[in-house]
Every structure is written in C-alpha cells, then in structure tokens.
Design a protein around this ligand. Structure first.
Ligand SMILES: [Zn+2]
Ligand SMILES: [Zn+2]
Length: 248
C-alpha cells in the first residue's frame, strides 16, 4: 500500500526550521493526551484542522520555545500521514534533548477522551510513517513516549500495540470463518438442538450465517431448522451484507 502523505506544502507550512539530524534509533509513538472529538471520525478535514491547531499551540508555547510542531509526523484515523518536521529533523516531543536525539516522534491523532481507540487505518499510517523514516536512515526501534519518560503517552491502546511490536493490522477477511466452517458450526448447533437438516437447508443456512455463527442464538437455529422462509429471509440479508463488503 502506498503511503497517503499530506505534505507541509499542502498544509501551507514553510520548510521546518527544526535542528537537523542524520539518523535515530527508530521512532517513539505519541497520542494527543487530550480530548479528540468523535466528529473527526467522519470528517478528515477535522484531522487537518487539529494538526494545524497542534502546530499553532506548539509555536505559541513560550516555555518550550518550539521552532515548529514538535512531531515528525502525525497519523490520522483515516490512514493519512500528515507531515510535521519530517525526515532528518530532531523532534521536540520525547521529553529531553537526549531522548529527542535518540528517536523520531510520530503522533497518533487520538486522545484520552472522545476518540481513544486507534483505527486499523491509523495503525497502518503510523507504520507507513515509521517505514518512510526507516528508508531514510532511522533504526528499527518502535517505542512509546513513556519509555524513558514519565507520561501517560501514548495512552493504553497505542502503548499495548507498541509493546506487541507495532504490527500492521490483519485484514477483516483473514478473521472471517470459511463457508465450510460456518456450515459445520451451524450443523453442530442444529444436531444438538434436535433439528432435521436437508442438504438444501445446509447450503441455505451456510449462506444465511456468512456473518459469524456465534451471532445466532440457539432459538434462532431451532427456528431456522423448521422455517425455510426465515432462513431464506436471513440469507437475503446476509447476501446483501456480503455484497456490500466485497464492494468496499
Ligand atoms: Zn507523547
Ligand atoms: Zn483523517
């Protein structure tokens, strides 16, 4: 997959004046540490607005005296990588000059209330930004802000992901049971429930529960065994859902 990058030029920002540095041991992952509105989930322009706000807040921070937004990149819930200081610039986000020299900083645009869980797209975008930095000299380490510095950042969900080695999410298809597994699970339920099955019923029900077998209650399975019309109705709904998923 190709990284979907929003450049500084596209954000209307000048070239970063942050200090240059040739390389790091890897990246540290961050979150905003504040509320991120759930409205952002359905409106990518709010991600760009939040990234602008973060840069303005950093430039206005007299105590830290930032020359630019502190992070090298941000990753949004829609899978976009938003350029910050970029490649070859020292971050200001890791907690001390020593820590800033050791790792780049990538911000996940989620917070401690509102949007608190990373989407698969956001995790992929963090990986995209990280691998982009790695192809330009960064080392392989992926850590959290709290590694080596007292902070809650990057929050529970992102830190748990970092500790697992920051894997790219598996696609939904990989988690889906096969048609044979579904047919088998439903047949077992039906037999356990004393239902009678024709071959045509097995096919129909397998299609009907192409979602997950666990979503059917025992009562529903009993009803399916004795009510072909109901099975037919469910089959139609599931077929429509599958068609929608394939179209995605
Ligand atoms: Zn942080
Ligand atoms: Zn977005």
């Amino acid at each position: 997959m190709v990284m979907r990058l929003v450049t500084r030029a596209q954000l209307g920002w000048p070239v970063s004046s942050a200090p240059l540095q040739a390389t790091t041991k890897g990246v540290k992952v961050h979150y905003t540490g504040s509320a991120v509105s759930t409205a952002l989930l359905k409106d990518h322009s709010l991600c760009l607005a939040l990234w602008q706000d973060i840069r303005e807040a950093h430039l206005a921070n007299v105590q830290e005296n930032y020359s630019d937004v502190a992070y090298n990149y941000a990753a949004c819930v829609h899978g976009y990588v938003l350029e910050g200081r970029g490649i070859g610039r020292r971050t200001g986000a890791n907690g001390s000059q020593t820590l800033n020299k050791a790792h780049y900083a990538v911000l996940g645009l989620i917070g401690n209330s509102g949007v608190t869980e990373p989407t698969d797209e956001l995790l992929n975008a963090i990986r995209d930004a990280t691998e982009h930095l790695q192809t330009h000299g960064a080392g392989t380490e992926i850590k959290g802000h709290k590694d080596g510095h007292a902070t809650s950042c990057p929050g529970g969900p992102l830190y748990a992901w970092v500790q697992k080695g920051a894997p790219r999410p598996t696609t939904e298809e990989d988690d889906m049971p096969t048609t044979a597994e579904i047919a088998d699970a439903v047949a077992r339920k039906l037999i356990a429930g004393g239902g009678v099955l024709e071959n045509s019923d097995v096919d129909r029900i397998a299609k009907a529960v192409a979602a997950r077998p666990a979503t059917l209650t025992d009562a529903q399975v009993q009803a399916l065994a004795t009510n072909p019309t109901l099975a037919e109705a469910i089959a139609e709904k599931v077929a429509a859902k599958l068609a929608a998923r394939l179209a995605n």
